[in-house]
Each structure stands twice: as C-alpha cells, then as structure tokens.
Design a protein around this ligand. Structure first.
Ligand SMILES: [Zn+2]
Length: 517
C-alpha cells in the first residue's frame, strides 16, 4: 500500500492591535516595533515555544508537517487608530512574502478590534486584501482576542474563526492550536468550514469577558460549549467586545464555526442568535470598581485586617494602556501620596520626557519634576509636581515570564525607578500594560517585597500578580478607559443599543432579542 504524505503550505500573518477610537494618539510603525514587527524567519526565531498565537501556529507546523510561509507578525500596544502608512507597509510586506507561493491555507492572527485611519473594521479591510491575493476559495483560519468587535459581514471572508476563552488571556497558544486543527481538516477535505456571526444590541456585556470567577462569561462559555458538542459544529466563540471604540460593530458577538456539509447556514445563524439572547439576558452582570474617593478607606481597612503575606494589589483600572488609555494618569498616584502610604510600588507611568530628564540627572540624583498627563492634560488629573530620587535606570527590555505571552520579548523603552516619599514609581517611555512581574523587575522592583503594588491594568494583571496578592482592589479613577460608558459620547455605534437607549426600544427593534420578549 502506498501512503501519500501530504505536506501543506500555510502562510501566517499577524496584524494585531486593539483600537481605542477615543484616544488622541495614532498608532504608527514605531508602536509596532516597540512591541513586535517580525518578518520572515524572525517570526519563528522569536515566537517558537511562546504562549502566543504564533507560538501555537508553530506547534501546528510541527504537528501536521506544514511548510510555513512566514510573512509578517505585527503587534502593537492598544492605542489610537493605526495610521495608513503603517497599514500599507504591512500590506506591502505581506504581499511581497506571498509572491509566487502556491498555498494550501492561510493562518491569520487578529485582535479583532483594530481600526485604521481608512476603516473602522481593519479585519475586513485586511481580509479583502488577502482574498485578492489568494482567491476566494483558499481556506483562511483566524484567531481572535475575546475583546474583538466582530461584524457579521466578516463571515463572508473567513472560513474558520476561534477566539480566546480566558481573560486574563492565558490560552493564546491553545486558541491557535484549535484553529490550526480545523485548518488542517479543511485542507484535507474532511470539512467545509464556514462561520456565522451575530451581535446582540449591546456595546458592552459578558462582564467584559472576565473568567477569573463564575460570572456572565463563564456561564456563556458553558452554553457555547454545549452547542459545540453538536454534530457538525466545529467551534463556538463568545466575544465580549471592546467598548472603548465608537464604531458600528462595537460590542459582544457570538461566532459559530460549522461544517457546511452537515449544518445548514440557517441552523448556524440560529445558534448564534440564541447565544446573543443569552448574552442579552446577562446584560446587567458587571464587576464594579471602587471610585477614587474610596481608595484611602479601602487601604486603611486592608492594613487593619489580619491577612496573609503578600502585597495589596491595586489596579489603576481606567488608565490601562491595554485598553488604549494613556498610562500617564496621576489621579491614583496623587491619592496614594495623599494617603501617605509607605513601601509601595507603582507602574508603569509613561512619561518619556521625565525619563529623559531623570536619566540625564543620573543615578542617585534628587530632582523635582512635573510628572504625567502630557498626552491629554484634560484626562487623568493633570501633571503633578513630585520630588524624588533616581534609584535605577534601565533600557526597559524584558522577556515575559508570566502566564501571558510567556517567552516573548517586550519593552518599556528607557525607564527609571523614581522614589517619591514611600513609593517606588516605574516611569517608562512606552505605554505597557503591567501584566508581568518582569516589567517591574526591569528597574529592580521585586513586587513581592512591597506592601502595596499598583498596576496600570484592568484584568490581565491577575495572571501574574494574583498569586502573590493578599488582596486586590480595582479603582476607576476616570481615565480614558473608564467603565463609565456615560462619560463618553458615541456617534457611530448602531442604535438603538444597550445601555445608551431605552430597553423597550431596543427589544422592539431587535429580531434576535424579540425571540425572548
Ligand atoms: Zn483582550
């Protein structure tokens, strides 16, 4: 008997950024370089064995014997819209890498909530380019962050879609393995995959996707799993969406990936609509954050309690650069200084001008600086005058060691540890969400040795800092990524929509929700 070993040629590309359309910043090429912009063989060199989507793709190449065509892997910290020069450069680099390749499949790593200067839906914009190169029929698989804002129309351009199932996102490689297994089955002709996407009339929901305790998202994933158990359903995903974006398709979505040979389109759509109804029913499930006015009381209560070892970890929720916020708000820092805390670490506050000033002053120098709130002084409380000592200077380069992005390089840019009356402040030159302890260690801050550790993060910090925390407090100090949706003006979202419009009006206009009403 002859065994014909098939080795499929699969191209991989990553165009990954979450866009906060309320940001004043544009996201340019240097912002991708600060995170990563790998081309060709550098993709495998940097990503093999890492807990990232590309790490999972490489594992698929090993498992299935694929011949990879490495194009470009580009990721930037969340921020404003991606500028057109950067998008065109990415497209040109991918196009050049694909020239002359006879492919069996394409594997794309998206965030799913990227906007460019020329499109509110950068995923559809890029998929149209890729389709124009590889044709309408080649199977394309894509992975998504569960904060994707996914438009139903994307289903026309994509065969396989799988989203993360954890927040903090610790299943990036697993998500890629799942998408890769379906791509392998599609290339072998065992399935004919397609996707159906529907959205409930909401701009936020699913408890923002949190999976660290039993809540809306964990319930929804269970319901989605039951559907995934049906014959011909290949994968089911729940996206919580990303509400710091004012675009038509902001908000949660349900994505059904199915085998067209076994499941009718209408059945898949009905599954997606049912999941949307389940999301709608849980629309009021939201974790709440403390207002800044409650901070001092919460710290006093915590220090008065008998507790285990480990720091009190405080999240500066609304200044999370991982949601595109500026990471230079001073409100929470000012609150801590006012409360007179001791043995505290705070990071990362992004202020490149102050970093340059303090590096020039040198190690051990004492300086008075105007710190923070340079990008938009109207957001985050304005710069504050502080006097302190430069205790460490660093190039800010680290390798992630925690559960998220484990093994991938990252950079804070030139950074300092500035000691200001009881608080060691990590001041960076790049905006970087505090999701890994090594970011603090770049300037010699060992988080476990502090009584209080403040992190500019909403939820991702829990993966690396949760295990060492004696307690966790989330504080919303009215930064750019505040959970207070009423604080911003939405102009482009579809209407009527929860929670901006009256529920009666939403239910009357929504076919999906009407089923339940
Ligand atoms: Zn996310």
């Amino acid at each position: 008997m002859k065994v014909h070993a098939m080795s499929f040629k699969v191209a991989v590309l990553e165009f990954n950024q979450e866009t906060n359309t309320f940001s004043k910043l544009k996201t340019g090429f240097k912002d991708f370089e600060a995170c990563h912009y790998f081309k060709g063989a550098a993709i495998e060199d940097n990503c093999r064995g890492t807990n990232s989507e590309i790490g999972g793709f490489i594992a698929c190449c090993d498992r299935y014997g694929w011949q990879p065509v490495y194009t470009v892997a580009a990721r930037a910290e969340p921020g404003g819209r991606v500028d057109e020069a950067t998008r065109l450069r990415f497209v040109a680099d991918v196009t050049a890498a694909l020239a002359g390749e006879k492919l069996d499949g394409v594997f794309i790593v998206f965030h799913g909530a990227m906007c460019t200067q020329t499109a509110d839906d950068a995923q559809i914009q890029l998929l149209q380019v890729v389709r124009s190169i590889v044709g309408a029929d080649l199977p394309i698989a894509a992975t998504f962050d569960l904060h994707a804002n996914s438009a139903p129309e994307m289903a026309d351009l994509l065969d396989i879609a799988v989203s993360f199932r954890t927040y903090p996102h610790v299943d990036m490689a697993d998500c890629a393995l799942k998408a890769g297994a379906l791509l392998q089955a599609a290339m072998r002709g065992e399935i004919v995959p397609a996707i159906a996407i529907r959205q409930p009339p909401m701009i936020n929901g699913c408890n923002d996707g949190r999976t660290t305790h039993a809540c809306a998202m964990t319930e929804l994933l269970e319901i989605a799993d039951a559907i995934a158990g049906e014959d011909g359903i290949l994968a089911t995903s729940i996206n919580a969406g990303f509400y710091d974006a004012d675009i038509l398709n902001t908000g949660p979505s349900a994505v059904i990936c199915y085998d067209k040979r076994k499941v009718a389109d209408a059945v898949a759509i009905a599954h997606a609509e049912r999941l949307c109804d389940e999301i709608w029913q849980r629309r009021e499930h939201q974790d709440e954050q403390l207002p800044l006015s409650a901070l001092a009381g919460a710290i006093a209560e915590h220090s008065g309690r008998q507790r285990g070892p480990g720091p009190l970890v405080i999240a500066d929720f609304s200044d999370n650069p991982g949601s595109g916020a500026y990471a230079d708000s001073t409100r929470l820092l000012a609150g801590l200084l006012q409360a007179g805390v001791a043995n505290a670490a705070f990071g990362a506050l992004c202020d490149p001008a102050v970093v340059a000033e303090l590096i020039a002053a040198g190690l051990g120098a004492e300086r008075e600086v105007m710190l923070g709130c340079k990008i938009d002084p109207a957001v985050g409380g304005g710069p504050i005058r502080v006097r302190g000592t430069v205790q460490a200077i660093s190039d800010g380069r680290i390798i992630f060691e925690g559960p998220m992005f484990q093994g991938l390089p990252a950079s804070l840019g030139p950074s300092v540890r500035f000691h200001v009356s009881g608080i060691d402040i990590l001041i960076s030159s790049e905006r970087q969400q505090m999701l890994d302890q090594n970011l603090f260690r770049a300037v010699g801050i060992e988080p476990a040795t502090y009584d209080i550790v403040v992190v500019k993060s909403q939820q991702h910090f829990r993966a690396a800092f949760g295990p060492l925390a004696s307690a966790i407090i989330e504080v919303d100090a009215d930064g750019l990524s505040t959970a207070n949706i009423g604080a911003r003006t939405y102009r482009s979202v579809r209407r009527p929509v929860y929670p901006l419009d009256r529920e009666g009006e939403i239910v009357a206009k929504s076919t999906s929700v009407e089923v339940l009403a």
